[in-house]
Design a protein. Structure first.
Length: 206
């Protein structure tokens, strides 16, 4: 895949849309991309590793990072805080790499304000039923947390129109191909302004 010039790509999604799986598949197939690892105060899940999936820190350390302007963006999600290292992003871009940020819509707004030249992509599930199935299949949340995530996901999805592109993550291989097309400048079919994208998003939220 050819991407030029060097760009910052911001990828956001509601919980359960499959954003993490999609980004991992994308970066595996395209090793020239650099993935910015976010800070989080969220407890580490059993299949996660520090410095690979997230940079796990406590609330006090996170507050210090934010206070000294070390975070390009930060947000509170499900009572935990997430943030992107400004230094990490700037270093990757300065080294001539294309950078992928995997954040939520709140963080995407902040990055757009700080770096308006970035390209933003929103990932949506194919249906509400599939979204719920994915959230339950994790096996890590209580019923109360799952219901809260579902409610918040519907609210998050209403922000799809704020992004440059929207990709529906139904089939993983197809979603990766669609995302690669966006990164290569051939993503017109996924543009938020495309009528089919708007129709599908409105149907999902109806």
């Amino acid at each position: 895949m050819s991407i030029a010039p060097t760009r910052l790509f911001v990828i956001a999604a509601p919980s359960g849309a499959g954003k993490t799986t999609l980004v991992k598949a994308l970066t595996t197939r395209n090793p020239e991309l650099r993935f910015s690892i976010s800070y989080t105060t969220r407890p580490k899940r059993r299949n996660e590793a520090h410095g690979v999936d997230y940079l796990f820190v406590d609330k006090e350390a996170f507050d210090r990072l934010r206070a000294r302007g070390a975070l390009l963006e930060s947000a509170e999600v499900f009572d935990n805080f997430y943030g992107t290292s400004r230094e990490q992003v700037e270093q990757h871009l300065g080294d001539g790499h294309h950078v992928i940020l995997e954040i939520d819509w709140q963080g995407a707004q902040q990055v757009r304000n700080a770096m308006p030249e970035c390209v933003t992509v929103f990932i949506l599930p194919p249906s509400r039923e599939e979204l719920e199935r994915r959230l339950r299949s994790r096996g890590t949340d209580t019923e109360a947390v799952i219901q809260r995530r579902l409610r918040d996901a519907l609210s998050d999805m209403s922000h799809w129109h704020e992004f440059d592109y929207v990709i529906f993550n139904d089939d993983l291989d197809q979603a990766v191909a669609d995302l690669e097309a966006v990164l290569a400048g051939r993503g017109a079919a996924s543009a938020t302004t495309h009528p089919a994208v708007g129709e599908a998003a409105d149907k999902l939220l109806a």
